[in-house]
Ligand binder design. Structure first.
Ligand code: PBG
Length: 329
């Protein structure tokens, strides 16, 4: 490394003008860096606001074309579907996950038929939108059962793949599920369906607004600490990712985002695999409420998003994904 000394060396020289700053920029954002989450709701012709996430909406299936058209036009490579499930459709076992007429399946069919491979579609593999207790798997004595849950996740995965899902994203944190899902998909001839593992998912209070968005907030019994990771740890994140890669993950997710930039960086440096970061609902709500109440400038959005890239993320799941042009402006 060449170093120098003041006054011969002045690092501010390169920062003096806008063109020079642009010339030496190391990181930037393009639409390719984003995954757009979309919340689904039953019914017709509805765009419903979400109290804890100002500016984000739930859409009925008939309203999706607009959203997807716009995402494609903006060059966003992938959307992620999340269903708001009515309480009457939830039960202990989350059986609605396996209903081929559930919201996600209907949305998958509609989007896939119409748009083919113009845009990728990602779906969570987990039971939390469908269980009456709000957990990602089967609950017994306050403990989420691992192997029993995986059995259901296999069928949820296959069903979503059959309906047109391109990228299955297990977000359940059961041990061994990536390998089991990969085997099951291959056995049923879905050899090319990609798996984006939420390999590093922390038990986080930053998910609150999302749970409101999918209707599991007030139902959740206890917390998710016996399956999601402890935020005091980072070695454990490396072990999770190593296992998931071995089991067949094509890409991995780190979640939440901003408080975990150190993890994104470690994972990227160690494994050189596509790493996605999730700027989760709580991060979104914090930024958005600060801006809305005139407490802070909206440039914090761009600054936060670029920090993900600097840390090494290939792409970001963000509720701002389809508003990038306004943000950069
Ligand atoms: C469900 C799931 C969650 C999120 C994505 N998938 C919540 C949770 O695990 O409780 C959170 C996303 C967000 O907060 O934006 N397994």
């Amino acid at each position: 490394m060449i170093t120098g000394k003041f006054p011969a060396l002045r690092l501010r020289r390169n920062r003096k003008t806008d063109w020079s700053r642009r010339l030496i920029e190391e990181n930037n954002l393009t639409p390719n860096d984003f995954i757009l989450p979309i919340f689904l709701i039953d019914g017709k012709n509805k765009k419903q606001s979400i109290k804890s996430m100002p500016g984000v909406y739930r859409y009925t299936i008939d309203k999706l074309d607009n959203i997807v058209d716009r995402a494609i036009k903006k060059g966003i490579p992938m959307i992620a579907l999340f269903p708001y499930t009515e309480k009457r459709k939830k039960n202990d076992l989350g059986t609605e996950a396996l209903n081929e007429n559930n919201l996600v399946c209907k949305a998958l069919q509609r989007i896939k038929n119409k748009y083919k491979n113009e845009i990728g579609i990602m779906c969570d593999v987990a039971l939390d939108p469908y269980t009456s207790h709000g957990h990602d798997g089967l609950l017994k004595n306050k403990y989420v059962l691992n192997d029993e849950t995986i059995k259901i996740l296999l069928d949820q995965s296959l069903l979503q793949a059959q309906m047109g899902c391109d990228v299955l994203a297990p977000s359940d944190m059961m041990d061994g599920r990536i390998g089991e899902i990969r085997k099951y998909l291959d056995k049923h001839n879905f050899k090319m369906t990609q798996i984006l593992s939420y390999a590093v998912k922390y038990a986080s209070s930053f998910y609150g607004p999302f749970r409101d968005a999918v209707g599991s907030k007030n139902l959740l019994k206890g917390n998710k600490k016996n399956y999601q990771m402890d935020y005091r740890n980072s070695d454990e994140a490396i072990r999770e990712v190593a296992l998931d890669i071995k089991e067949g993950a094509d890409m991995v997710m780190v979640k939440p985002g901003l408080p975990y930039l150190d993890i994104i960086k470690k994972v990227k440096e160690k494994f050189k695999i596509p790493v996605m970061a999730y700027q989760v609902s709580g991060e979104y709500s914090l930024l958005e409420n600060g801006i809305k109440n005139d407490l802070i400038d909206r440039n914090i959005i761009l600054e936060s998003l670029i920090s993900f890239k600097r840390a090494g993320a290939n792409a970001i799941v963000s509720y701002y994904a389809d508003r990038l042009d306004q943000i950069i402006k």
